[in-house]
Design a binder for this molecule. Structure first.
Ligand SMILES: [Zn+2]
Ligand SMILES: [Zn+2]
Length: 112
C-alpha cells in the first residue's frame, strides 16, 4: 500500500488573492504541478503579488559588506559578520581547506 495523497479532480479554479483581492485563475496544470511536488496549500496570491512577495522575502535576506581580514578585499557575505573576524568567501574556503589538511596531517603523524 502506498501513501499517495488523494488527488482531487483537477480543474481550473478561481481563487482570490489575499494581497490585492483580485480573482485569479489556478489552472489544472498548475494544480498538477503543485500536487506532484507534494504541496498542499493553495496559492494565496495572484502571480503579480506572489512575485512582489518573493521580492520582499529576498530583501529580508540582505548581504553585509565586509572587508576581508586576510586579503583586505571588500566583499559581501550573507551572514552578519562578527566584528573584525571576517573572511571573504574565498579566504574562508581556504581556511577550511587548510584546517582540514592540518587535521589530516595531524592524524597521520599520531603515534599508534
Ligand atoms: Zn494579487
Ligand atoms: Zn579574503
Amino acid at each position: 500500500m502506498t501513501n499517495t495523497p488523494e488527488q482531487p479532480n483537477l480543474e481550473d479554479r478561481v481563487l482570490v488573492c489575499k494581497d490585492c483581492g483580485n480573482k485569479f485563475l489556478w489552472t489544472a496544470g498548475e494544480q498538477k504541478f503543485f500536487y506532484d511536488k507534494g504541496l498542499q496549500n493553495t496559492p494565496k496570491r495572484c502571480k503579480i503579488c506572489a512575485a512582489t512577495y518573493k521580492e520582499k522575502l529576498r530583501e529580508k535576506h540582505p548581504v553585509w559588506p565586509i572587508q576581508c581580514r586576510k586579503c583586505k578585499k571588500k566583499a559581501e557575505v550573507s551572514f552578519e559578520p562578527k566584528s573584525e573576524d571576517t573572511l571573504c568567501e574565498n579566504c574562508f574556503q581556504q581556511e577550511i581547506e587548510k584546517r582540514n589538511k592540518a587535521i589530516k596531517a595531524l592524524g597521520e603523524t599520531l603515534p599508534e
